[in-house]
Design a protein around this ligand. Structure first.
Ligand SMILES: Cc1ncc(COP(=O)(O)O)c(C=O)c1O
Length: 488
């Protein structure tokens, strides 16, 4: 059985010459995360059209996109109201200079709206064109802020192993995914420090023998609470070892997305935030994935996890992927320091496209749609079903862990469920499963030994059922393939 269908051209796009497209793509386009050794053989799937939660390839095959583009197509694609809002702004004014003493109406309206929906005293916004640049902006703002306070040594950053914060130089250095730090690239290493991933399923990978013996704990019998204590102790020790007067900020995604949908132990965010407060360390909540409804809130730091960050970075769902836009939202407390009058300061940072009027108009319309269609409430109602259905896959022989929250989930594949032994990394087992899913008309995102899902927030129960049923079939076929090849 397959739910992959051939396009009837109902979207009205013309037929493409996929062979030529593939060849031109190979000849001219460098993809993010292109794997050079296999790319020339495997090529890429040309995506030609999209409608709601579905995408269409250049041959007209359609797929339910359970990745939501790249965790971003929150309201679904192909909406006429979004197209109209964008077209209207293009006709009115496609561009305006945002520098120094010029501004534009959609940017002002959006900054005001974001200040309204962001928690507490986060009332200030700088716009960027991406999540990475929002992280870079936060990074530079933190340096600026500490220098304004005269704390010139307070520049070190702490983040987590396996975190992902984007791919500009600073953002990638703050990120901690080992696979993203190949030796061919350079990184900031002297002032950026990575502590453990709060992944309870893999706790034994992180808790040191030294800590275990000091606390009389057994690696294989750790409770979640003991793991949490370890994580909090580790952060505090890290701050103390660097010196609190030298630690500027802690960066954390509420849920680690690309690092494998890691839901930290209960109390982790509260605990890390309290430690940051204690040592005057700024807390940056990277909500590039979790913002704009993924967990049923505009932002999750306060509404879901009960903490008040100093800075929130966001992008992706801010326009549901219709146009590029990122934002660094920061507190009045920070602003009052950096903008102190009489100091002759200039915030010499920003971009030609900061607050681009068309992107901001798209974001305003996107937010209006989320409000008018009660999409946050829809996520609150649908996500328990999504999460419970995805967890029904746990009976399958290569499924080691299933985790998720809101409308984001992850299946971790293992060679041995008892011992949690991984398939060799070069196996790329996640890709085996996602290839099977592709062939059945479902897009899931393979990340080494994982399949990750973050579907458009507008999907319904039937589409959840389709995702889970298709993923089950894909995993079963993968197990058969592995067994035939004597690999499992
Ligand atoms: C948590 C997080 N931060 C930052 C980024 C970078 O965003 P962008 O790709 O828009 O630069 C991403 C992208 O996936 C992300 O997941």
């Amino acid at each position: 059985m397959t739910n992959k269908v051939t396009r009837t051209n109902k979207l009205g796009f013309k037929q493409f010459d996929t062979f030529t497209l593939n060849q031109q793509d190979k000849d001219h386009l460098l993809h993010p995360w292109q794997v050079f050794d296999t790319f020339n053989k495997d090529g890429a799937m040309p995506i030609a059209a999209a409608d709601g939660a579905y995408i269409y390839d250049s041959d007209g095959n359609h797929y339910l996109d359970a990745v939501g583009g790249l965790w971003c197509t929150n309201i679904g694609l192909g909406r006429k109201d979004m197209a109209d809002a964008i077209a209207e702004q293009v006709c009115t004014m496609a561009y305006a200079n945002p520098f120094v003493d010029m501004t534009n109406i959609p940017a002002v309206k959006l900054a005001t709206k974001l200040s309204e929906i962001a928690p507490g005293d986060i009332n200030r916004v700088m716009f960027t064109c991406s999540g990475s640049a929002a992280i870079d902006t936060a990074f530079r703002m933190i340096q600026y802020y500490q220098n304004c306070r005269g704390l010139h040594d307070k520049k070190n950053i702490i983040s987590r192993k396996n975190s992902y914060h984007g791919s500009t130089y600073a953002a990638m250095s703050i990120g901690g995914k080992p696979g993203d730090h190949p030796p061919e690239f350079d990184f900031i290493t002297d002032t950026i420090h990575h502590i453990s991933t709060p992944n309870f399923y893999r706790a034994e990978d992180y808790v040191s023998e030294n800590y275990l013996s000091k606390k009389y704990l057994n690696k294989n019998e750790l409770t979640e609470k003991e793991f949490l204590d370890f994580l909090l102790n580790e952060l505090e020790e890290k701050i103390l070892s660097i010196g609190p007067n030298k630690v500027a900020a802690f960066f954390a995604e509420p849920i680690m997305g690309a690092g494998g949908v890691i839901i930290p132990p209960e109390g982790y965010h509260k605990g890390t935030w309290e430690i940051c407060q204690k040592y005057d360390v700024l807390y940056v909540s990277d909500e590039v994935v979790t913002g704009f409804g993924r967990l049923g809130h505009w932002f999750s730091a306060k509404d879901e996890f009960g903490i008040q960050p100093d800075i929130i970075t966001c992008a992706k769902g801010i326009t549901s992927g219709y146009l590029p836009l990122g934002a660094t939202l920061y507190s009045d407390r920070i602003h009052s320091v950096i903008s102190e009058e009489g100091k002759g300061r200039c915030f010499s940072h920003g971009f030609t496209y900061s607050g681009h009027p068309v992107s901001c108009a798209a974001a305003l319309k996107n937010i209006e749609i989320i409000e008018q269609e009660n999409i946050l409430q829809h996520v609150k109602e649908l996500s328990p079903y999504f999460q419970s259905q995805v967890r029904t896959l746990s009976d399958l022989p290569i499924v080691g862990d299933i985790r998720g929250m809101g409308m984001v989930a992850c299946v971790e594949f293992v060679k041995n469920k008892e011992t949690k032994e991984r398939f060799p990394e070069e196996f790329d087992i996640g890709k085996w499963v996602s290839n099977q899913a592709d062939a059945r008309g479902l897009i899931v995102r393979p990340i080494v030994n994982l399949n990750v899902m973050s579907p458009p927030l507008i999907i319904n129960r039937g589409q959840v059922d389709c995702i889970v049923k298709t993923l089950r079939e894909s995993i079963i076929s993968t197990v058969e393939e592995l067994t035939i090849k004597g690999l499992f």
